[in-house]
Design a protein around this ligand. Structure first.
Ligand code: CDP
Ligand code: MG
Length: 743
């Protein structure tokens, strides 16, 4: 038992006993499986599958007129009640009481910092108040509200469109990378990721089309938010009419005020009920198991209603937890009340995200398995219990090696306090921390580390330079990045050809800025279209780049499925890049068919997204003239085999730092001045499988797209480089200098 529970009724003791047995059973053997759990992504019968067009899923039409009238009346009633509920809910939010004072403060000051408890209505209400008060001047200007996370931008936009009773994408829209749901003439309120607003500075350096900008969730301190604040600080004196609202959870508010020359802080007092905090007595070695146990402990001992929110670090953990919850619940069967399991993470298909907001039926309990997206960006009603292992997945970049990793690290105290608060919105709540009290006071940092201090700055530096910011050290930032981090970024950009030897931005550098992808990918695309030994491969390279943006969810999850799927193509290709290309092309040849995806265990919706990304990249390349250059060459090229060297060479040009060399003890990264590290091919890579099945001999050089650290350092999305000469051919200075430093 993880937490002390005081008084127990006999019923409780009995239930706990049952639970213990069930947990024991599921721990002892891996044999217990819920029927069909291996392929829960596709629950329908293969033979019964029909492709539907819109409208098929609506209920059958009523037969008689009176029935029809009756239905209409009911429909209208329902609609009326829905609107009434929305209206009442809006009025009940804490921020509503401060509507007028807030609006006066905004009128009076150019910059206002708004601080308030999560769920008080900052994100959904504030922008609506501004619209209602005519800040858009009859649609002449727009209002932007930035979000650090894509999921938050899309789900909040949908909610607000609903509240305003308008169609999403018309008056209210969202804009996230590769997905723009706004209409040029009609959209007045736009939820967007902070990165998208940053890009808008390139076409509209004074953001002239906006009357108000709300930088929401500013306490998250993403790189894009920090840079936005710097750029906004610069333009405010020239845009006296522009209103800037910075909205934040309580942490950091004073720092924002300071940054904007003592801007006033408006505090929206939240309603918050007391939350009892429980700690484990000892550190738990396996927090995932401990979290699952705790869920059942709460479910069997605490009265309903009262939903549970669990903070996990990512998709893989969430899926693992979901599976073990389903297995245990299956074993317990009718001995426990039904559990509704609702996951939420960034890569979850949009259609499934709304499940977390659906009201829980009586006599059920909802368990939301979330990443730290639910910490402040999303508010889920009805949560009474929070389970917090106290970890978060964080990007960390080491300038000296040029390596970026996603690491699971302990959260800050501010984060775990914020998480606990999620339990106290509807009434008194409880938070179960799967770490010790000692750890809370002695091991956790006070505040999270801003992204700007732990990330690769190349893209941002390039963007700033393209905006004419030449003195990076002088650019206003809440926290200044270290000099080594800045010089590494400049060095990277120089290697890519985005900057010349004088440190000025080149034509290629400007092109990279225009493309909606990282500068490295921009370089890959440019080379694929223009370099003598690569051109003609642009179309294929665009497909691969688009697929690499969605790799997390291309293949249906489940190891067996992955193997099966790949075995169809595995003999034919020798790299993940070519696997992605073949997969996409096969799908395209089958007329983008849904059943083809089903047969090959590929996620249809992901491929639809890839197709969309691909189209957008294609359009950008066309605008930049790259397609025209490429097309002249492609006529003479022919089949994929001829193209493969061109494709590989393009990726070498874009990712010279992501190459590992085979040594006596396996692969070792190159390109870093100081040593590099030992790395292995990730088991999900097709390269790994080919090696295991003795179908290929290990290549001396491998290019990888990213490193992940689990039990060791793994390379994901790999392509073997068949000839060493290609390295110097594609990036001459780079490998020469690396070799010189080594010898
Ligand atoms: O931004 P802040 O955390 O202050 O609150 P908010 O996101 O504006 O949320 C206000 C209320 O809207 C919450 O209590 C949620 O119940 C509701 N909401 C929702 O039901 N569905 C969404 N997608 C977003 C918000
Ligand atoms: Mg919010």
């Amino acid at each position: 038992e993880v937490f002390g529970v005081e008084e127990k009724s006999r019923q409780q003791v009995w239930e706990e006993q049952q639970l213990k047995h069930a947990l024991q059973a599921s721990n002892d053997s891996n044999e217990i499986r819920v029927e069909g759990s291996e392929d829960y992504d596709f629950v329908f019968d293969e033979e019964a599958m029909i492709e539907f067009t819109a409208g098929d899923d609506e209920s059958a039409l009523p037969e008689t007129h009176s029935e029809l009238d009756q239905k209409l009346v009911e429909e209208l009633d329902r609609e009326q009640t829905r609107l009434q509920i929305i209206h009442d809910t809006r009025k009940s939010l804490p921020v509503y009481k401060f509507r007028n004072p807030l609006l006066s403060a905004i009128r009076e000051h150019q910059v206002l910092i708004v601080v308030g408890e999560t769920g008080s209505g900052k994100t959904t209400q504030l922008p609506q108040y501004l619209v209602e008060e005519g800040f858009t001047q009859g649609g002449k200007f727009q209002i932007a509200c930035t979000q650090p996370r894509r999921v938050a931008a899309t789900s909040v936009a949908a909610r607000v469109a609903d509240e305003m009773d308008v169609i999403l994408g018309k008056e209210v829209g969202y804009s996230i990378r590769f997905d723009d749901k706004t209409t040029l003439d009609t959209t007045i309120l736009k939820y967007m990721t902070d990165g998208m607003l940053l890009r808008e500075f390139m076409t509209d350096p004074e953001l002239k089309k906006y009357a108000c900008i709300i930088i929401d969730e500013a306490h998250e301190r993403t790189l894009a938010t920090d840079v936005l604040l710097g750029l906004l600080k610069d333009i405010l004196p020239h845009r006296k009419d522009l209103k800037l609202i910075i909205s934040s959870a309580t942490m950091n508010a004073a720092k924002f005020a300071d940054f904007f020359y003592d801007a006033p802080i408006f505090n929206v007092p939240g309603r918050r009920f007391p939350v009892d905090i429980h700690y484990t007595l000892q550190p738990e070695a396996n927090y995932l198991n401990a979290a699952v146990t705790t869920i059942f402990q709460i479910h069997t001992t605490q009265p309903a209603p009262g939903d549970i929110l669990v903070f996990l670090t990512g998709q893989e953990e969430i899926e693992a937890a979901q599976q073990s919850l389903e297995e245990i619940a299956h074993v317990l069967g009718s001995k426990i009340k039904p559990l509704i399991i609702a996951p939420i993470y960034a890569n979850l298909p949009q259609e499934q995200q709304s499940r977390i907001f659906e009201p829980t039926p009586t006599d059920c309990r909802k368990v939301v398995l979330a990443t730290n997206i639910a910490e402040t960006s999303l508010t889920i009603d009805g949560i009474k219990f929070v389970i917090d292992p106290g970890f978060v997945k964080e990007n960390s970049y080491i300038p000296s090696t040029g390596m970026s990793q996603l690491l699971t690290v302990p959260c800050s105290r501010a984060s775990v306090d914020q998480r606990a608060g999620r339990a106290g919105r509807v009434g008194p709540g409880k938070c179960f921390r799967i770490f010790t009290k000692w750890s809370y006071y002695h091991e956790l940092e006070l505040l999270p580390k801003p992204e700007i201090l732990r990330t690769n700055l190349s893209q941002v530096v390039l963007l700033l330079m393209s905006l004419g910011v030449t003195d990076l050290l002088d650019f206003p930032l809440l926290d200044k990045p270290s000099i080594p981090a800045l010089s590494k970024a400049l060095e990277n950009l120089y290697t890519l050809g985005a900057l010349n030897s004088k440190g000025a931005i080149t034509r290629l550098g400007r092109m990279m800025c225009e493309l909606p992808c990282e500068p490295e990918f921009g370089k890959v695309l440019h080379i694929a279209a223009t370099h003598d030994s690569c051109k003609g491969s642009l179309e294929e390279v665009i497909t691969i780049v688009a697929m690499l943006h969605e790799t997390a969810s291309v293949f249906v999850q489940g190891k067996a499925d992955r193997d099966q799927n790949k075995s169809g193509i595995i003999g034919k290709v020798s790299s993940d890049h070519m696997l992605y290309l073949e997969t996409y092309n096969n799908w395209k040849d089958m007329n983008y068919s849904k059943s083809w995806c089903f047969d090959h265990k590929v996620q249809f919706k992901t491929l639809v997204r890839v197709r969309n990304i691909r189209d957008q990249l294609w359009r950008c390349c066309d605008n930049l003239g790259l397609v025209a250059v490429n097309d002249q060459a492609s006529k003479t090229l022919g089949n994929l085999e001829n193209l493969e060297p061109r494709i590989i060479k393009s990726f070498i040009a874009g990712f010279p730092s992501n190459i590992a060399k085979l040594g006596t003890s396996g692969y070792h990264t190159m390109g870093a001045r100081q040593g590099g590290v030992d790395v292995s091919v990730h088991p999900t890579s097709i390269v790994f499988q080919a090696l295991r099945k003795d179908m290929a001999k290990p290549s001396k050089f491998i290019l990888y797209q990213r490193l992940v650290l689990t039990s060791r350092e793994f390379m994901r999305d790999c392509v073997p480089i068949p000839r060493e000469e290609w390295l110097n051919e594609m990036v001459p200075h780079f490998f020469k200098s690396v070799n010189r430093q080594r010898s």
